[in-house]
Unconditional design. Structure first.
Length: 364
């Protein structure tokens, strides 16, 4: 399964209410100066941002209509935000070559040659000259921040100052995975658009559109593990994750340090698949398991095993975690796993050390 790049994804799956909001705002000439696209990771927020960008940068499809021979002043009746892949604006966006589009994200540290753990003030340097550009009266300038969660205090405050006095015909789209990490003052200056996890039917449609053979796939398992995230489903299907899942399940059902040698063997498997597939990242796999366990222990505590399992014999694992630590402490440990993943990615910690800390959190 191919890697998904939001700037080169043209199909919007789900989130139709957000698309209709933008279309109505466009018709009334009331496009907000800032949108906060908030929801779980991997459900289509960045894809939506680039979809809106293509629409605005093509003047709501009017440029395309003009190419088809209609009068320049004629208004288009838009039912969607779609701009064709072959359109010149689409080609410029996918090649990061449109002069009226700026994407702000974590950059490479020139000294370590690794991606920084946060968006720093230097990453905002292109913004000043970008906002000073004079767009034509009919033109929009679009700034996508991916993600606002990654901004350190200095860069977040710099964005806040701009949002307090927004330039004319500039729209900021701030991608947000966790509202708890957001400055309330930034949130108050944005139009909030909420993005939910994809439904099972939407995820099936998305997988089919990318050529996945569903006959050879346990779609219920993939949906449970992905939590309705297309990005997570892509990670699951692009690696040996499903093959190694039973090994992991057996591992965390044990008690540390009895299974140290097994942990070594499974870590080596994960490392091997990561080297074979650049989209397969150890921390992402750990996070998938953490989300499955978090959902599972809560589900088990409520139903005591009466709800259908996502994975064979998973109830025994949930029962062991609850009996050993209690529900509240189990969930606290799983939150520690998430913090471990964030720290490991941000500081580029040793992968083996991260893996063993993950196992110990669930087995000690």
């Amino acid at each position: 399964m191919k890697t998904l790049e939001p700037r080169d994804t043209y199909e919007l799956i789900g989130h139709k209410q957000n698309e209709q909001f933008i279309l109505k705002a466009w018709e009334k000439d009331k496009i907000p100066h800032a949108l906060l696209l908030s929801g779980p990771k991997g459900v289509g927020k960045a894809t939506f941002a680039f979809r809106v960008a293509r629409f605005l940068l093509s003047n709501g499809g009017i440029e395309q209509i003009n190419q088809n021979g209609l009068d320049f002043g004629q208004q288009s009746s838009n039912e969607t935000l779609a701009v064709p892949r072959e359109d010149i604006v689409s080609r410029q966006v996918v090649n990061n070559a449109h002069p009226n589009l700026l994407v702000i994200q974590r950059s490479e540290n020139s000294q370590t040659k690794k991606i920084r753990s946060e968006i720093v003030i230097d990453d905002l340097k292109p913004l000043k000259s970008f906002l000073n550009l004079k767009a034509s009266d009919a033109g929009w300038r679009v700034v996508i921040v991916d993600t606002i969660d990654d901004m350190n205090p200095n860069s977040a405050n710099a964005i806040l100052k701009i949002l307090e006095e927004p330039p004319r015909k500039v729209i900021f789209m701030l991608i947000n995975n966790s509202e708890g990490k957001l400055l309330p003052t930034i949130k108050s200056r944005c139009q909030l658009l909420k993005f939910s996890a994809l439904s099972k039917d939407d995820l099936i449609f998305a997988l089919q559109s990318y050529g996945v053979n569903l006959e050879e796939l346990d779609i219920n398992l993939v949906y449970k593990l992905s939590c309705g995230s297309m990005r997570t489903a892509n990670e699951i299907l692009s690696s040996d994750f499903l093959k190694n899942l039973n090994d992991i399940k057996g591992l965390i059902a044990g008690v540390w340090p009895v299974f140290v040698s097994d942990s070594e063997a499974i870590f080596e498997k994960w490392q091997k698949s990561t080297k074979q597939d650049p989209t397969s990242v150890l921390e992402d796999k750990i996070l998938i398991i953490k989300n499955w366990l978090s959902d599972g222990v809560v589900r088990y505590a409520r139903s005591r095993g009466e709800s259908p399992p996502a994975i064979k014999d998973e109830e025994k694992l949930f029962e062991r975690l609850i009996n050993t630590h209690g529900l509240e402490r189990s969930l606290e440990r799983l939150q520690e796993v998430e913090r471990l993943v964030t720290q490991s990615k941000g500081l580029n910690l040793d992968k083996k050390e991260t893996f063993f800390k993950f196992i110990r959190l669930l087995t000690e």
